[in-house]
Design a protein around this ligand. Sequence first.
Ligand SMILES: NC(=O)c1ccc[n+]([C@@H]2O[C@H](COP(=O)([O-])OP(=O)(O)OC[C@H]3O[C@@H](n4cnc5c(N)ncnc54)[C@H](O)[C@@H]3O)[C@@H](O)[C@H]2O)c1
Length: 217
Amino acid sequence: MTTRKIGIIGYGHLGEFLSVELKNRQEFNVVKIWNRTPIENENVLPLDDITDETLKDLDLVIEVAHPQIVQDYAERILNHTNFFIGSPTALANDTTFNIIKEKLKEFPERRVFVPAGAFWGGADIQKMADFGTLKGLTITMIKHPNSLKVLGELDELCQRSKKTNTPTVLFDGPVRLLCPLAPNNVNTMAGAAIAAHNLGFDNTRAKLIADPAYVDF
Ligand SMILES: NC(=O)c1ccc[n+]([C@@H]2O[C@H](COP(=O)([O-])OP(=O)(O)OC[C@H]3O[C@@H](n4cnc5c(N)ncnc54)[C@H](O)[C@@H]3O)[C@@H](O)[C@H]2O)c1
């Protein structure tokens, strides 16, 4: 059996979970973990250790930190190995998206993985996009205001929804515009815009609703 050498960027909920799960499987060997805050006694290294030298022997790098990490490190990672993007809201940034596309042209054997998240049925949507039969896609996400970490005007609407105990539409428009305003909450929508590749981030529609009644979701 081939053992794949894995590097993980981010050591929060997902990073810690993945490092434990992957260490329990023979087919994976977690050889590097990097994080904004290094942890010496757990061999969690600082981000400035992500170098050409440390990346070159890995089979896959898993990002589970922040979209900014994808923007900062995608090019360097793809020069050496495959890349799993846990924060795909980063791909709403055209510069980052195009850098990744160019790298995949330069290294056709490389793979970039985007998780489906909660987007069940994503593979079918992708097939429809492949055939060009997908004509439109709207994703509605409803969350309790406390579960939302949104920015700017969306935050004001979210707070008002909580105060007034009223369901409120925070955003209705292209996924591309929502991603930077809710980078932690709409990874699933970004994954959907990738699957619906004939529509993309501009024509996949996002509806984000804060609903104080959603206490058990
Ligand atoms: N694809 C999905 O369906 C899905 C699901 C859940 C979370 N996520 C995304 O995965 C990422 C990790 O989620 P989590 O629940 O483990 O988060 P978390 O907050 O528990 O952990 C994030 C880790 O990344 C580090 N970090 C945060 N901001 C950073 C920055 N700007 N630069 C460098 N490091 C930074 C933190 O120090 C922490 O160690 C987030 O971006 C989150 O939005 C994706």
